[in-house]
Design a protein around this ligand. Structure first.
Ligand code: FES
Length: 125
C-alpha cells in the first residue's frame, strides 16, 4: 500500500492501481468519459506533489493535441507507484454530467508503455 492525496485528503491505495480508479474509489466523482483510453481528458488532474517522470505515448499525444501538455496529467494513464498528491479538475459536480463515464479497466489502456517525459518532450522539438 502507498499513500495518495486527493484534494488534500490522504488515503492508502494498492501499488499498481490506476490513479483514476484510486481517486474514484475514494469517493471523488472524477470524469473518465472515454473509459480510460486517453481520449477524453476528463480524468485530468493537477499535480501538487509526486508527478511521475514518465508518460505513456497515448497521454503525451492527447495532451499535445489538446494544447494542455505540461499543465495537467491524465489519471487514467498513471499507475500508483509512489506518493502522489493531486487535484482532479473535472468531476460530475463541476461539469454537470449525469454520470462520470464507462468503467475503466483495472489496467492502463490502451496497452501502456511508459517513456521518460524528457525523451517525449525532446522528440517533440
Ligand atoms: S482520457 Fe478519458 S478517462 Fe482518461
Amino acid at each position: 500500500m502507498l499513500k495518495i492525496t486527493v484534494n488534500g485528503d490522504t488515503f492508502e491505495a494498492p501499488e499498481g492501481k490506476r490513479l483514476v480508479l484510486a481517486i474514484r474509489d475514494h469517493g471523488v466523482h472524477i470524469g473518465h468519459r472515454c473509459g480510460g483510453f486517453a481520449r477524453c481528458t476528463t480524468c485530468r488532474v493537477e499535480f501538487e506533489e509526486g508527478e511521475p517522470d514518465t508518460m505513456t505515448r497515448a497521454e503525451f499525444d492527447r495532451l499535445t493535441a489538446k494544447g494542455i501538455l505540461g499543465q495537467v496529467r491524465l489519471s487514467c494513464q498513471i499507475a500508483c507507484d509512489h506518493h502522489m498528491s493531486v487535484r482532479p479538475l473535472m468531476t460530475l459536480e463541476s461539469e454537470g454530467w449525469t454520470d462520470t463515464g464507462p468503467e475503466p479497466e483495472p489496467g492502463v489502456t490502451p496497452e501502456a508503455k511508459w517513456y521518460p517525459k524528457a525523451q517525449l518532450f525532446k522528440a517533440q522539438v
